[in-house]
Design a protein around this ligand. Structure first.
Ligand SMILES: [Zn+2]
Length: 297
């Protein structure tokens, strides 16, 4: 494999970013993404945004070009990049989230390669493609600040060349989608601004149901997940911005066959397996090794 030096470079680039962004009100520490709770929380946040994007696409019968899985990934990533908590500015915490998410995909790809289990026929892009897609959208959002990523070839120049256009097009698509599904709109500064009252009859809400686990490890995991602030923020923000006719229930499910999450459009249910959070926990422990030691050439 050839990517590990690039991951190392990414960390170096991110470290330099604190100088480049010149922000006084935070200090950037890439090792935040090594923190198991931060790693799990970031990946869980992305997972839920991805599944909610599926829900919106189906409930609103949104036409999709280029594949629904890619569309759901792009919506989730754009929402992270334009997180109102950071006023639409690419902040170190956002970069750490992206590092946690792209790191997860890289580690999943590494495991798939080791076990010879890469699924080429799946509706999802390969995890290694999702890894590059995150980088491209992040780079495209702020090519000036993130120029070092391209210079250091962490993002191959052939892909980096059009990432600003990819970002611009994706941003246009999200602005269009927002008009369809929300009484908020995205302004020129990329903030959600309330334009109208919610339309009548759109009283649906997103809620989380914690299915009671029996295993102690799942009970411990439930306790951890319930404390994640981003989970509470995501539900509150979705309920504020998204116009829904029907409720969507997110089931945190301890009785799955494997690490998974999915949207069920017949029942308006999103299921997130505890096993998925456990996979994130396992990979959080592998991320520092991946970055510090690299992969075999
Ligand atoms: Zn999906």
């Amino acid at each position: 494999m050839f990517l590990s030096p690039k991951l190392i470079v990414f960390i170096v680039c991110l470290t330099n970013l604190s100088i480049l962004t010149q922000a006084d009100d935070f200090s950037f520490n890439p090792s935040q993404s090594f923190d198991p709770d931060f790693f799990i929380e970031s990946n869980l946040e992305f997972t839920l945004l991805h599944e909610l994007a599926h829900a919106v696409i189906e409930l609103y019968d949104i036409p999709v070009l280029g594949g629904q899985e890619q569309a759901a990934d792009q919506v989730a990533l754009m929402l992270l990049l334009t997180d109102q908590r950071h006023k639409g500015v690419l902040r170190p915490v956002t970069l750490n989230k992206l590092l946690a998410i792209s790191g997860e995909w890289f580690l999943e790809w590494q495991a798939e390669m080791k076990q010879n289990q890469a699924v080429y026929w799946d509706a999802h892009p390969l995890t290694i493609q999702r890894f590059y897609d995150v980088t491209c959208l992040a780079y495209g959002s702020n090519p000036d600040i993130l120029e070092s990523l391209r210079k250091e070839k962490w993002l191959p120049v052939e892909r980096a060349w059009n990432c600003d256009l990819e970002y611009k097009k994706t941003r246009q698509a999200l602005a269009w989608l927002t008009k369809k599904v929300s009484h908020y709109q995205l302004d020129e500064n990329w903030n959600f601004v309330k334009k109208n009252k919610p339309p009548q009859g759109f009283t649906g809400q997103v809620k989380i149901v914690w299915v009671e686990p029996t295993r102690q490890s799942h009970k411990d995991m439930a306790k951890k997940l319930k404390n994640f602030k981003s989970l509470k923020y995501l539900v509150a923000q979705t309920n504020e911005v998204l116009n829904l006719k029907e409720d969507i229930t997110i089931y945190m499910e301890p009785y799955c066959k494997g690490p998974d999450a999915w949207w069920n459009g017949e029942q308006n249910i999103i299921t997130v397996c505890y096993e998925l959070a456990e996979l994130f926990e396992k990979n959080a422990a592998l991320l520092p090794g991946l970055i510090n030691e690299g992969l075999p050439e």
